[in-house]
Design a protein around this ligand. Structure first.
Ligand SMILES: CC(C)(COP(=O)(O)OP(=O)(O)OC[C@H]1O[C@@H](n2cnc3c(N)ncnc32)[C@H](O)[C@@H]1OP(=O)(O)O)[C@@H](O)C(=O)NCCC(=O)NCCS
Length: 249
């Protein structure tokens, strides 16, 4: 687990060696003037998507989330935030069309309530997920529906006080993995197992699709802020993690 205290300010000169993974933590609660500045960097399709949100709060969080994504990626690339262009695979996973400045740059993002996480690396697939922790979650009911039989069984064996944490460990790790794979809900959630017992390392434990998947992927639990659970899934094992706290440059 990467604790919430180890999210540092990034250096002015950011470097992204091929064996590194950077995860950025950012608040989506931004001032009116900052929100406008972020909105000014969005592409027409992103502005159109923002307009489709019914609630202002959701619209503003989407704008902040995308604006911050552009801001973060531009720190690695030889481009202004507004110049970046995204493509999407058929399941909606965004990618950069051109990676001017850093070869093979890959990223993924996740937001929950007022928090966002951005994972950035090179030449390997990556997925991240953050969820606001709800202690009153109907863990067993949701586990029966969304988790694999093994995961649901492990959750049932946990003492009741540890079940919410076990539940969110499992949820964020499953989401991070399917987001890294990029195929969204086309990957059946019962077709793979992740670890979930509090205190045990995050890991992919089984894949029905291909048993070799287990050794191909690594996972890391993150603690971005009290009240949130988060996880990262990264292809390969030869990487080092750095966690950055976003702030304006
Ligand atoms: C869309 C999905 C990829 C993530 O959804 P989510 O957890 O609600 O949302 P997150 O905030 O974590 O991620 C959303 C971001 O992921 C990215 N994304 C979209 N589709 C993606 C995909 N197929 N793969 C990876 N990333 C994707 C986008 O950047 C999106 O943010 P933006 O469009 O606002 O910029 C997909 O996993 C999903 O529909 N999940 C349903 C939730 C569920 O039932 N989970 C059960 C887990 S046990």
């Amino acid at each position: 687990m990467i604790p919430s205290a180890s999210w540092n300010s990034p250096p002015k000169m950011l470097r992204l060696p091929s064996n590194s993974v950077h995860v950025w933590r950012a608040s989506l609660e931004v001032s009116v003037s900052h929100l406008q500045a972020l909105k000014d960097t969005l592409a027409a399709d992103e502005c159109a998507r923002a307009e489709r949100f019914y609630f202002q709060e959701h619209r503003e969080r989407f704008i902040a989330g995308r604006g911050l994504l552009r801001n973060i990626l531009s720190r690695y690339l030889d481009r202004e935030p507004g110049q970046l262009r995204f493509s999407y695979n058929s399941y909606g996973k965004p990618a950069l069309i051109e990676e001017t400045g850093v070869e093979g740059l890959r990223f993924n993002l996740s937001h929950s309530h007022d928090m966002a996480l951005y994972a950035v690396t090179r030449g390997r697939e990556i997925g991240v997920d953050i969820e606001r922790f709800r202690p009153d979650v109907e863990a067993e009911k949701l586990a029966e529906r969304f988790f694999s039989p093994r995961e649901a069984a492990v959750l049932r064996t946990l003492p009741e006080r540890l079940r919410p944490e076990g539940f969110f460990n499992c949820w964020t790790r499953k989401e991070a993995y399917i987001k890294a794979e990029g195929e969204g809900m086309a990957i059946p959630l019962s077709s793979f197992d992740v670890s979930l017992t509090p205190g045990e390392p995050a890991a992919l434990l089984r894949s029905q699709k291909d048993p070799r998947e287990v050794s191909r992927w690594s996972m890391q639990a993150l603690d971005p802020k009290p009240g949130y659970a988060a996880a990262l899934a990264v292809k390969g094992h030869d990487w080092e993690l750095k966690c950055w706290q976003w702030s304006p440059m």
